[in-house]
Design a protein around this ligand. Structure first.
Ligand code: SAH
Length: 323
């Protein structure tokens, strides 16, 4: 999954109508603006003189450009650090935010300054591992390969010991997902936030696990596809286990708020007032703004499936939307 996605992202811009999928910042400028202002508000109340904007997997740089513009309107002008592996998307990001610096992980980001961090639809792209319940107990689910045919099969080593006790008796065929890669990124991020001060807003589709369920999915041209076909040519993702991410952050002594739904968060941050203001400024686009707002917030659209957590350093104020 990691190798397929590395190839996939390195060789294309997958976002937008002509690509494979569309994300919240590509739906409306309001998403990035509200996230940027939420971080600015926290930073302001934390009373810090210094700030670095850090974004994981910035895509086209749209969210960052909207967030930084909103930050600028209230006088915050942080240095910008993008965590991105794709050379193609780095080029796009440079068009949106020319002053950014790029790294492949947090190691290159300076160890001073409060960190204001965003990750939208980043964690879902990290590789997962699946465990499957067989007649002989829990096994890792592996991928067999014959020529160009890929098939999921059960491995031959027992994994019962790593299954949470309350899930061990699940029916045969049950699948349990873990993401060691996501946990490792979360721990490294939380460690830096605790050491330097700061906060991270993490938004993605997900659930509070660990829980039984196969969420591995492939998307191509805005439609679901078979994840075992066309490796590296379609977007592979899994739903994010927010409870496990929160636990990883707390293990580094960070403070975690949420998850709340994306709809709840955006409404609490003032998306309705922003919709009204943008509509008043451009009445001919009012219907479109309302539709964009509904797509981000509506329960049948992105509002409930997508969730958010905020991770802060101890002693930082409570983030807006989590009082
Ligand atoms: N946040 C953007 C894009 C989401 S797509 C948006 O909301 O529109 C996922 C992003 O994560 C892409 O920029 C992709 O290149 C990047 N990415 C995927 N795996 C990565 C990894 N292991 N390390 C760094 N970036 C990664």
């Amino acid at each position: 999954m990691g190798a397929a996605n590395a190839h996939y992202y390195a060789t294309r811009d997958p976002l937008g109508a002509r690509g494979d999928f569309t994300t919240a910042p590509e739906v409306s400028q309001m998403f990035g603006e509200l996230i940027g202002l939420a971080l600015t508000d926290l930073w302001h109340r934390a009373d810090r003189p210094d700030a670095r904007y850090v974004e994981f997997g910035p895509g086209r740089g749209t969210l960052a450009a909207d967030a930084l513009r909103a930050m600028g309107t209230v006088g915050l002008d942080p240095s910008v650090h993008f965590i991105e592996t794709s050379p193609t998307l780095r080029e796009k990001q440079a068009e949106a935010v020319p002053d950014a610096e790029w790294n492949v992980d947090l190691v290159g980001v300076p160890e001073d300054g409060a960190l204001l961090v965003v990750a939208n639809e980043f964690f879902d792209a990290l590789p997962i591992r699946q465990l499957v319940k067989t007649g002989d107990g829990w096994r890792e689910r592996l991928v067999a390969c014959q020529d160009t045919l890929f098939l999921p099969i059960a491995g031959d080593r027992g994994f019962d010991q790593v299954i949470p006790p309350h899930l061990r008796d699940a029916p045969i065929g049950s699948i349990l997902e873990t993401s060691p890669a996501a946990v490792a990124v979360m721990r490294a991020l939380a460690k830096r936030i605790v050491a330097q001060g700061g906060a991270a807003i993490i938004v993605d589709y997900g659930y509070e696990g660990p829980a039984i369920g196969d969420t591995l999915q492939a998307v191509r041209g805005h439609e679901y596809a078979n994840p075992f076909e066309n490796p590296g040519e379609q977007d592979l993702t899994a739903h994010v286990d927010f409870a496990t991410l929160a636990e990883a952050a707390r293990a580094e002594d960070a403070v975690v708020y949420g998850p709340v739904t994306q709809g709840e968060l955006l409404v609490a941050l003032g998306i309705d007032a922003r919709t009204d203001a943008l509509s008043a400024a451009a009445p001919e686009r009012a219907d479109m703004m309302r539709a964009d707002r509904d797509r981000l917030v509506g329960a049948q659209a992105m509002g409930e499936l997508f969730k958010a957590i905020v991770v802060t350093a101890p002693g930082w104020p409570v983030p807006a939307g989590f009082a």
